[in-house]
Write a protein that binds this ligand. Sequence first.
Ligand code: UD1
Length: 429
Amino acid sequence: MDRIRIVGGNRLNGTIAISGAKNAALPLMTASLLTDQTLILDNVPRLADVAQLQRILGNHGVDIMVGGKRSGDGEYQGQTLHISAADIIDTTAPYALVSTMRASFWVIAPLLARMGEARVSLPGGCAIGTRPVDLLLMALEKLGASVEIDAGYVVASAPGGLRGAAIEFPKVTVSGTHVALMAATLARGTTVITNAACEPEIVDVADCLNKMGAKVSGAGTPRIVIEGVTKLGGARHTVLPDRIETGTYAMAVTMTGGDVQLEGARPELLQAALDILTQAGAEIAVNNRGIRVTRNGAALNPVDVTTAPFPGFPTDLQAQLMALMTRADGTSHITETIFENRFMHVQELARFGAHISLDGETATIEGVERLRGAPVMATDLRASVSLVIAALAAEGETMVNRVYHLDRGFERLEAKLSGCGAVIERISG
Ligand code: UD1
């Protein structure tokens, strides 16, 4: 199993190219199942989760061609995928493929909408608390599907097709909104989703669906209206930049000090996080190439943050912020409201000498003067990268074990950080 070795203490200086967003690329690839024509996606990140979804789509009979390099492409351009679901040969998504990645469950929506049936294993994914699919199934039932659970599989059918409906989510759910949105594009009549998630990745998917011929309006607001159409066609779409990757590197620079240009980043995708970093003592400047983050040697200020659905502070940056606050000059509080049990990183951060106590949903972090490198274990995707942030500022050597979690969501992490002066290397095997 690969490990990552980091020797802390260096400031970060240079440029980091921000990749396409994993959380948009996955539902965009899934949307390809809605049409028998080719969907071309540009700026798709090279990630383990993307490769896993390619395998899952392949099992349904989808052909995926990865475009080659074009003249003028940078060395590490995102990939271009040509995805063709001309013939769906299998409407079952088996346990062996779905169990490692929760977002793969979302194939249920386009399969059901286009084929009238789907049999999809209940999902797995990151160990960050119970992550049920009840609201996704509620949405499909509202659209007229019958849904049963059979031997660990969700069996959904709508032989006569789906019909538009009013879907009101009792809590904001990104997965529920994606599923309702995709399924409703091919339903007969109008669907109105209320209390919809407003995340930028929802907007990106809605934009792509509209290019494919769907009639979606209101994405990015809590009320999305979809007029069903009988057929969707091919389209070409560029995946938006990854706001979580952007925020992660912004926090890394704030942690170590230095000056880094986050190339291609879009500030409006993570304003809440940038505001918190400004409070913490970073200087954030927006320019026409992205976002520049600088911090001089001054002390880090403590902050109080509560995670919330977009446009609030994202849960996917909570662990990274906690790592940052371990070095603040004072006491910070971080409250997690989206996922229960998303504090697996606390024990690991303690191994660096961090002082963190937990009380229900709230972590209290007393800043310490120094962290010391240690062997640590990656537990889930975002928690893993929080250990990298701590290690970059810790004295001595850190070995991060189980880095396959990192590979699920961070493209070329070691290369991006070492390019800015960090001492970081992957040890294979
Ligand atoms: C997505 C993101 C993930 C991010 C999360 C919240 C992807 C691939 N993943 O996850 O990185 O952390 O949004 O921004 O885009 N819930 C239910 N019933 C359901 C569905 C969800 O109770 O049927 C609950 C969840 O347990 C959680 C909350 O709703 O407490 C939000 O979950 P949701 O927004 O659906 O997260 P994901 O889409 O799984």
